[in-house]
Design a protein around this ligand. Structure first.
Ligand code: GDP
Ligand code: IMO
Ligand code: MG
Length: 425
């Protein structure tokens, strides 16, 4: 802090929710800058578990103002459902602020997400089917509808008319679907305006004022670096920029206002959905990682693919994001493995790659080169001081730090708040 970005350094699900929650204790504002309700961030407090998708993780602290920035795509139906679920559990989401410039996820976006995936068949991306891609497509095609349009009925109806006419043609003629009803959508969305009004504000100004007056602001990324539309394993990516560069754009402050970039990294690696994955383990070791790590999607319940930590990818992530530190999570899961492997390079067609290959085909063909480290074979989930970790566990963390070239300041050994080791303490 004062202004820090927390983002996923891998393919998502690194434990960003947990790390954001920890840092939120000292934060005044926590901002989401991209993505939408495709994210699934888990926070465990005592025996309570919260799964947040659209609302920033900071909402759990009454002292934090959670902000949904302009770079996020907002499904209002989902927003009110998530808000109601939090309220029911005694959390007050009334302070959530939403950018007037954020784009809306419309019913036709959800529908298109599902039918496009079906149409792609074996080339499918494995999206969350929350309408994320089609909503961003409309934003960039300049036929999107923004939050602020809900407060101008005439403009909203005009924009909906243009967008829906196009979408219905596509749904009917290309995908053989029934058209969606204009009146029904108009009524539903215009009905959100009054309920959204207390949340909507100029979030760029809000965040700018907070940072320049010395308040602590966290920018919480959804997804992860390798799912970035520009820098990830395209097309098996999400439709936004989860990388650090997305933060200033997605909230509307200059990059010079950001002090730190914290890359949340799992001690191994996982991905949900399709796409290349060099260190994927399709054997009993991979199955054990999934079971011991509880690697099932928060949003879709899908089994996550798992593999050894990939340092080629992590170094790439450190570079793309300008990481100033790493928070290493789920070290406790590796207690069950001996030896433990780290991929330090790839080889393909007689060539060795220590940098992320510029030709994506290499990611499918390559053979990861592993370094083996001895395991520690004891439960570390109750350890709460760095010095109390077994020597082999510390050696693993130190080796990852050395290979990444980025300091590892936080090590997580369990889902709860207390299962965290601060290496600076
Ligand atoms: P996010 O999307 O990056 O916020 O991560 P998810 O919530 O999708 O997935 C991370 C999962 O790992 C959640 O179930 C967390 O409760 C859990 N988790 C986070 N940190 C740790 C840790 O250090 N050890 C263990 N065993 N679980 C953790
Ligand atoms: P958090 O924030 C892991 C993946 C989907 C799919 C691809 C595109 O919890 O880390 P989309 O619905 O975004 O168009 O899907 O991106 N994906 C995620 N994978 N964690 C996430 O979020 C993800 N959000 C999207 O599985 O492969
Ligand atoms: Mg997740």
């Amino acid at each position: 802090m004062p202004a820090s970005v927390i983002l996923g350094a891998q393919w998502g699900d690194e434990g960003k929710g947990k790390i954001t929650d920890l840092l939120s204790e000292k934060a005044d504002i926590v901002v989401r800058y991209q993505g939408g309700n495709n994210a699934g961030h888990t926070i465990v407090i005592g025996d309570q578990k919260f799964a947040l998708s659209l609302i920033p993780s900071g909402v759990l602290y009454p002292t934090v103002t959670p902000v949904i920035g302009n770079g996020v795509v907002v499904d209002p139906r989902w927003f009110f459902e998530e808000k109601a679920a939090l309220t029911k559990r005694g959390i007050d989401p009334s302070k959530v602020k939403i950018s007037n410039n954020a784009h809306l996820i419309m019913p036709y976006h959800r529908k298109l997400d599902a039918v496009i995936e079906r149409y792609l068949g074996s080339a499918m991306i494995g999206t969350t089917k929350r309408g994320i891609g089609p909503a961003y497509t409309d934003k960039f095609s300049r036929v999107g509808i923004r939050i602020q349009d809900l407060f101008d009925e005439k403009i909203f109806l005009e924009k909906l008319d243009v967008a829906l006419k196009m979408k219905n043609k596509i749904l009917v003629k290309v995908y053989n679907q029934l058209p969606l009803d204009f009146e029904e959508i108009a009524e539903e969305y215009l009905g959100y305006a009054d309920r959204l009004a207390p949340h909507v504000t100029d979030t760029s100004l809000l965040v700018y004022d907070a940072i320049t007056s010395g308040k602590n602001v966290l920018f919480e990324g959804g997804q992860g670096t390798l799912l970035d539309i520009d820098h990830g394993t395209y097309p098996f990516v999400t439709s936004s920029n989860p990388t650090a560069g997305g933060a200033p754009v997605g909230i509307g402050v200059g990059p010079t206002l950001i002090d730190n970039v914290i890359g949340v990294t799992k001690a191994y690696i996982s991905r949900v959905g399709t796409g290349p994955f060099p260190t994927e383990l399709l054997d009993e070791t991979g199955d054990a990682m999934i079971d011991i790590g509880g690697e099932y999607g928060v949003v879709t319940g899908r089994r996550r693919r798992c593999g050894w930590l990939d340092m080629v990818a992590l170094r790439y992530s450190a570079r793309i994001n300008g990481l100033t530190e790493i928070a290493l999570t789920k070290l406790d899961v590796l207690s069950h493995f001996d030896p433990i492997k780290i991929a330090t390079a790839y080889t393909a067609n007689g060539e060795t790659y220590t940098e992320f290959p510029r030709q994506q085909r290499v990611l499918y063909e390559c053979e990861p080169q592993y370094e083996e480290l001895p395991g520690w074979n004891v439960d570390i989930s109750k350890v709460n001081r760095w010095e109390d970790l077994p020597a082999n566990a510390r050696a693993y963390v130190e080796r990852v730090e050395e290979l990444a070239g980025v300091p590892i300041r936080t090590v997580s050994v369990g889902p709860g708040r207390i299962a965290t080791l601060d290496r600076e303490a």
